[in-house]
Design a protein around this ligand. Structure first.
Ligand SMILES: [Zn+2]
Length: 335
């Protein structure tokens, strides 16, 4: 080798070494454009001294060659350098995966499921809105209306059903007066259909109409319950009427009053109407329905019971058990 050639070779080797050192320094410094160079030269030991800040709970190490979601969204890709990147804002909730649960009291936890009602009951206190229904007249000139008695029974029953976990709707509330005052008599039938519409709207499971009775003959006395057998729920209606009637008989017996048990009555056959149920609310409701007639306001002994709040309390006590029993039977059939 000539002296000249030897000089060229040594110079080239020195320059090559210098370039390698400079390139390595540049890559380690983190200013390089080549991600693989950075990955290759990154210290493999995370504990190795360097300029990386200490890890905190809010930071992650970016994998070599991987792009952060933020960088991916940028027009110019940001090179991965092996430095610690902040956690993207969308991940700070640590709830991205709904299966993730935390033992940390401050951590994410499943939503409490709202307790489901045991069922939806529509109670229809008969009359009201200016229609008194049957009226009991007393010797001192005072009177007591069926509308008031029906509302008392419905409200007491509602409170007990709600306490048991049912959703309960009343077809009328308070004094029972419609907007603008009493309902004109010619609208009473459409009012009955409106009550049925409520049962449809709230997807009721059962419908109970609460009434009192009236007769031109004052001697007629005692409770009875009506149902429509000519109905897709005819069998359930009969069962509902049976438990409701028994509840009334038991309540009156506990009260200390034992009038005749007038029993359950099938609407279409009892009214001799050619197989057509007469009572709108029990005929038109799409769910099991019954109509109870607690006592006769036209009978003096029955009326004395009706003006005693204790009789209404006892009726509600027995009716709530009857309705709950009926609903549990229905639920067992549905399972
Ligand atoms: Zn009535």
């Amino acid at each position: 080798m000539s002296r000249w050639a030897y000089g060229v070779l040594v110079t080239a080797m020195v320059l090559w070494s210098a370039m390698t050192v400079v390139a390595g320094w540049y890559a380690l410094r983190g200013g390089g454009d080549d991600a693989s160079a950075a990955a290759d030269t990154r210290p493999s030991d995370p504990e190795a001294p360097g300029d990386a800040p200490a890890l905190t709970g809010r930071e992650i190490i970016t994998r070599p060659g991987a792009r952060s979601p933020e960088a991916a969204a940028e027009a110019t890709p940001r090179p991965a350098t092996g430095r610690i990147e902040p956690v993207p804002a969308y991940a700070l909730g640590a709830g991205g995966d709904t299966r993730v649960r935390s033992l940390d009291v401050e951590g994410p936890r499943p939503q409490e499921a709202a307790p489901r009602a045991k069922g939806v009951v529509v109670l229809d206190p008969g009359h009201g809105r200016g229609d008194p229904g049957a009226v009991a007249h007393f010797d001192d000139g005072s009177y007591y209306t069926e509308a008031e008695s029906n509302l008392t029974n419905a409200e007491m029953l509602r409170d007990r059903l709600v306490a048991m976990g049912y959703d309960v709707y009343l077809t009328r509330e308070g004094a029972g007066r419609g907007p603008g005052g009493p309902l004109p008599r010619q609208f009473i039938v459409s009012d009955l259909f409106a009550r049925v519409a409520l049962a449809r709207a709230v997807e009721a499971d059962v419908y109970l109409a609460l009434h009192g009775n009236g007769a031109t003959v004052g001697s007629i006395s005692g409770p009875e319950t009506w149902y429509c057998g000519k109905h897709e729920e005819g069998a359930a209606n009969e069962r509902l009427a049976t438990v409701v009637q028994q509840a009334m008989v038991d309540a009156l017996h506990e009260y200390g009053y034992d009038p005749p048990d007038r029993g359950i009555k099938e609407d279409a056959s009892a009214h001799h109407s050619g197989g057509f149920c007469q009572f709108v609310v029990t005929r038109e409701t799409p769910v099991p329905a019954a109509l109870l007639e607690f006592l006769f306001l036209s009978n003096a002994a029955d009326a004395q019971v009706l003006i005693d709040p204790r009789a209404h309390e006892l009726l509600a006590d027995h009716l709530v058990r009857a309705l709950d029993e009926f609903m549990q039977e229905r639920g067992a059939e549905g399972d």
